[in-house]
Design a protein around this ligand. Structure first.
Ligand code: SAH
Ligand code: SF4
Length: 369
């Protein structure tokens, strides 16, 4: 049982079942006098039928439903605002105690990806990132992470015209490996066949390289796709744009990523390297050659991300010709290299633009689902 969940103190506050993965839910229900299989039944109600009302769970005995009413709730934080981009991307905002969390839905032809947040703000202060500039506020709880998916899917089901979520990326606000306990518990619910039941090949954790967190993810046997935010071909450049590099340098990150790769099935033998294109900083031909040299022993595919502007930033995005030349150098050296399409830029929903601020010029709709 997760020690954060104060089951002994249930008289004071109710347990939110969205905080519990299957193991935790089972222990909780047994403590209420239920049979262990009740956990699967309740998860089916929550994650298959998007039901948050114990009264409707007619295959659960009245006695246990009454106990649940007394001790527990199913509470998914509501989206208070929706911003729709001209490219179909949707940004949803959740407000919790006056703090805002952002979740981005990216529909494509064959899949629909939800980009979720794991923290409010971020402590790592990468200087090209709007979330980093905002500073760290707090970790999200398991239920706050899970609520983003639960609400999004519920809305998509109700709208009927949109596809439900097929892929999840931890690329919203925050560094997932610095909120590892809650992220692991949430991942268990996302992967669970009685939870969201997503394949490990459709879930991506993106990290700026928190080495102990990555090692712990492997030791905890959590197998999902890994994306490393490398963004520089040398420690010298990385030190300047990502302060975390002074603690965990490139060699230590790649070493830890390689170990994860050896353990993982989800990644099908190669990790994703993310590389944001910053004009005059990391985008020269020499930098591309250095990157190829650095990654020569790492089975990887490279995502070049055009840098997204935000107010107050002192960077420029490399121009598209430069990005193409950079990509071709890598391709000629045998690396699968993709230039990422920016989605949702008009609603500040693109990578690194998430700050929880509300921009009025954007089409916005108050929703109450
Ligand atoms: N903290 C994690 C995940 C969230 S950031 C990480 O750093 O990996 C998701 C991705 O967006 C990362 O690759 C990050 O480096 C990138 N990013 C941050 N700011 C950006 C910006 N302004 N433009 C483009 N990509 C950005
Ligand atoms: Fe944090 Fe990732 Fe932004 Fe760096 S890029 S400040 S780790 S959210």
């Amino acid at each position: 049982m997760n020690k954060n969940i104060n089951i002994l103190n249930i008289s004071k506050s109710k347990i939110n079942l969205l905080d519990l993965n299957r193991i935790d839910l089972r222990s909780f229900l047994i403590s209420l006098g239920a049979k262990s299989f009740t956990a699967e039944q309740i998860m089916k109600w929550i994650y298959n039928y998007y039901c948050d009302d114990f009264n409707k769970m007619l295959n659960i005995s009245i006695r246990i439903r009454n106990r649940l009413h007394e001790t527990a709730c199913i509470f998914a934080s509501k989206f208070i605002e929706e911003k729709v981009s001209c490219d179909g991307t949707i940004k949803w905002i959740t407000a919790i105690n006056n703090q805002k969390i952002e979740t981005v839905y990216i529909p494509e032809e064959k899949r629909s990806t939800l980009c979720i947040s794991s923290q409010i703000g971020c402590a790592l202060k990468c200087n090209f990132c709007a979330t980093g500039k905002q500073g760290f506020n707090r970790n999200l709880t398991v239920s706050e992470i899970i609520s983003q998916i639960w609400r999004a899917n519920k809305i998509l089901k109700q709208k009927k015209m949109k596809k439900c979520i097929t892929n999840i990326v931890f690329m919203g606000m925050g560094e997932p490996l610095l909120n590892l306990k809650n992220v692991i518990s949430a991942l268990k619910i996302i992967l669970d066949k009685h939870g969201f039941s997503l394949s490990k090949r459709r879930i991506t954790i993106s990290t700026s390289g928190v080495v102990p967190g990555l090692d712990k993810l492997r030791i905890s046997m959590i197998d999902v796709c890994l994306a490393i935010s490398l963004h520089a071909p040398s420690d010298c450049i990385r030190d300047c744009i990502m302060p975390i590099n002074k603690k965990y340098n490139i060699a230590s990150i790649l070493n830890s990523a390689l170990k994860y790769l050896q353990y993982s099935n989800a990644n099908r033998g190669r990790i994703t390297i993310e590389y944001v294109m910053l004009d005059g900083i990391n985008d020269s031909n020499k930098n591309a050659e250095q990157l190829a040299q650095l990654l020569h022993y790492i089975p990887s595919k490279i995502n070049l991300i055009p840098w997204n502007h935000f107010i107050g930033a002192s960077f420029q995005c490399s121009d598209i010709n430069r990005i193409n030349i950079f990509a071709n150098i890598l391709r000629n050296k045998g690396f699968t290299t993709v230039i990422r399409k920016n989605r949702g830029e008009d609603i500040n929903a693109a990578c690194g633009q998430l700050t929880g601020t509300i921009i009025n010029r954007i089409k916005k709709t108050l929703i109450n689902l």
